[in-house]
Design a protein around this ligand. Structure first.
Ligand code: PXL
Length: 279
């Protein structure tokens, strides 16, 4: 059985980061280890929240993993709260990277042209250095623009997407996958570039007339679960697109939906049905 470690915050209420990544990775049939970077009462899109930083725990925890010879089939970072945490992740990658494991960086820090609360353009540049060490980086177009130090564009074409992907892999990541790509008003999906094989792939499904918080975390977690269970990059990203859409559909149809996140739990049976069986 594969084992991955996901390194991001715990938002007690909010359906994001670890409360999304852990159940999705477990649903894929993959052991989900965690390294919490902070504990928040809620995510930062709520009008108020507490934030308890756990940066000082990262080194003792990772040293102990090393002393116990614990290794991981994938290392997956999401929302990180400070420059120092990014530096510690660079160290973690150096210490736990092997010939065969995968590093996935989801630079969760911005959406819809704006950085999340508390982040700056310098922080985005620092995140770009972490992303350059990844096997796979999965930003949305806003995060990509901030990492590349470019203006965010609402209007774009396929050429812009391909050039952006190449710029992301030129920074160092082997694969870049852009989420939330839409060339036709009723379709949305991903566009990815694998610099090792010099190939692009993309997939689009229905675009619902809604947007919700936390879809990026669902997408990255579902992609990694698929990869760990032997799906190809394209099939993993396609499954993540379909699962995110299903999760949004459940949310849209729930009259009692919460404002802060997506009903991904109701779509987990759909996700599991698309994960290859081992036996
Ligand atoms: O979904 C990304 C995310 C993760 N963690 C925290 C956040 C956000 C987005 O706002 O605030 C704490």
């Amino acid at each position: 059985m594969k084992r991955i470690i996901t390194i991001q915050d715990i938002s007690c209420v909010g359906r994001c980061s670890l409360t999304v990544a852990s159940p999705i990775i477990s649903a894929a049939g993959v052991e989900a280890c965690i390294l919490p970077t902070a504990v928040l009462s809620t995510h930062t899109a709520f009008p108020k929240f507490t934030f308890h930083d756990l940066t000082d725990e990262i080194t003792p925890i990772s040293d102990t993993f090393r002393e116990l010879s614990i290794d991981f089939d994938a290392i997956y970072t999401g929302y990180l709260g400070s420059f120092r945490q990014i530096e510690l992740m660079e160290k973690f990658f150096e210490e736990f990277k092997t010939e065969s494991n995968i590093i996935l960086v989801d630079p969760a820090m911005a959406d819809n042209g704006k950085l999340y609360k508390g982040f700056t353009e310098e922080f985005a540049k620092k995140m770009a250095t972490l992303a350059s060490r990844a096997d796979i980086v999965i930003p949305n177009l806003t995060e990509a623009a901030f990492m590349l130090g470019e203006e965010y564009r609402e209007e774009y074409d396929e050429e812009y997407v391909r050039v952006t992907l190449k710029k992301l892999t030129d920074m160092g990541a082997k694969v870049a996958a852009l989420t939330g790509i839409s060339f036709e008003s009723d379709k949305i999906g991903f566009y990815a570039y694998d610099s090792v094989t010099d190939t692009y792939c993309s997939y689009f499904n229905e675009r619902l007339p809604v947007t919700y918080h936390g879809t990026g975390d669902i997408f990255a977690s579902a992609t990694l679960g698929g990869l760990m269970r032997g799906l190809s990059l394209e099939d993993s990203l396609t499954l993540a697109t379909d699962f995110t859409l299903e999760s949004m559909r459940y949310t849209m149809n729930d009259e009692c939906r919460r404002f802060y996140g997506v009903n991904f739990e109701e779509a987990l049976p759909f996700y599991i049905s698309r994960i290859p069986k081992l036996l």
